[in-house]
Design a protein around this ligand. Structure first.
Ligand code: PEP
Ligand code: MN
Length: 335
């Protein structure tokens, strides 16, 4: 249920409605909006009907939210969510470029790549310190040492950093260092991790599960918003199909669907979708053309020596060319 207040409703009336909702054992979540104050009513199993809300002073309307996801839906919040990170804004009207290696391998490696991607136009730096690897014998990331390197990168370049919290156990640590905490594809439905992310004050980059429907993905985001953290950025990174010409199949159609259904910003990760660097440029251009709020791309100064995902990592000059190509596409659509 969504309670829409009259435009001239007083803050006292809004507070009284919140108290009234809570007195019924329900959860009230005020939703800031440009033109109206709305209050989401959560955990209503249908026992409290719309008519009851209509009688409260200052209430204009009580609308049933038809989607299974509530707080992430456009029904609840028509305006796009903007996520501020340092000096950058992710969402409506901004093109965000996140770039960096798959994994932080050393301070020298991370700093070298960070300087290059910053010069090429990246807004944020990415790099995994805790890596979800298919094999336990593969490089697992530097752990806390990697997080310290990321802090050095931020200090030196001014770029905010994005890195993954692979499980509940390391969330506190990752949260302390990261500007944006990533939840990876394999964890999209790790509900205890989602609940922990809901208690965080840091923005969360929620990647789509590799076999998840859009509804499941939005429900995962709902966990985070329901927990009290409205700063969620969605990231499409390709889904599993029968195709072998790419690592995954980038679902570009997810972008218009998510835009219609949700107010949350959506980025595209062409690197994990493609798995091959040759496809990353074309998919990035398509990502911007289809209306994504930006891209997250893997870049390495020496991909042949990369400890993970070298084959899909762009060379710095390729990344620079990519940045030059996508900007005009974005501007063209904005006009
Ligand atoms: C990553 O971005 O580092 C990563 C592991 O991606 P995904 O979870 O999409 O596989
Ligand atoms: Mn990777």
């Amino acid at each position: 249920m969504l309670i829409v207040m009259h435009q001239d409703a007083t803050p006292e009336q809004v507070a009284a409605v919140v108290t009234a909702i809570e007195s019924k054992g329900l959860v009230a979540r005020p939703i800031p909006g440009g033109h109206r104050v709305a209050i989401g009513v959560l955990h209503n199993d249908g026992s409290v009907e719309a008519g009851w809300f209509h009688d409260l002073p200052g209430v204009k309307d009580a609308i049933a939210v038809t989607r299974p996801y509530k707080l992430v839906s456009r029904e609840c919040q028509p305006e796009d969510t903007l996520v501020r990170v340092g000096n950058t804004v992710i969402g409506n009207g901004h093109l965000t470029v996140i770039a960096g290696p798959c994994a932080v391998e050393s301070e020298a490696q991370a700093l070298t790549i960070a300087r290059l991607v910053k010069q090429a136009g990246a807004d944020l730096f990415r790099g995994g310190a805790f890596k979800p690897r298919t094999s336990p014998y593969s490089f697992q990331g530097l752990g806390e040492e990697g997080l310290k390197v990321l802090a050095r990168v931020r200090e030196e370049t001014g770029l905010p950093v994005v890195t993954e919290a692979m499980d509940h156990e390391v969330f506190d640590l990752v949260e302390a260092y990261a500007d944006i905490v990533q939840i990876g594809t394999r964890n999209m439905q790790n509900f205890s991790l989602l609940r922990r992310a809901g208690r965080s004050r840091k923005p969360i980059l929620l990647k789509r599960g590799m076999a998840a429907t859009i509804e499941e993905w939005l429900m995962a985001a709902e966990y985070i918003l329901e927990g009290g953290n409205p700063k969620v950025i969605l990231c499409e990174r390709g889904v599993r199909t029968f195709a072998h010409h790419s690592r995954n199949t980038l679902d570009l159609s997810a972008v218009p669907v998510v835009r219609q259904e949700s107010h949350l910003p959506i980025l595209i990760d062409p690197s994990h979708a493609a798995g091959r660097r040759r496809q990353v440029g074309p998919l990035s251009r398509a990502a911007v053309a289809v209306g994504a709020d930006g891209i997250m791309v893997e870049v390495h100064h020496a991909p042949d020596q990369a400890m993970s995902d070298g084959a899909q990592s762009l060379y710095p000059d390729q990344f620079e060319a990519l940045c030059r190509e996508i900007r005009p596409i974005f501007e063209l659509l904005r006009r």
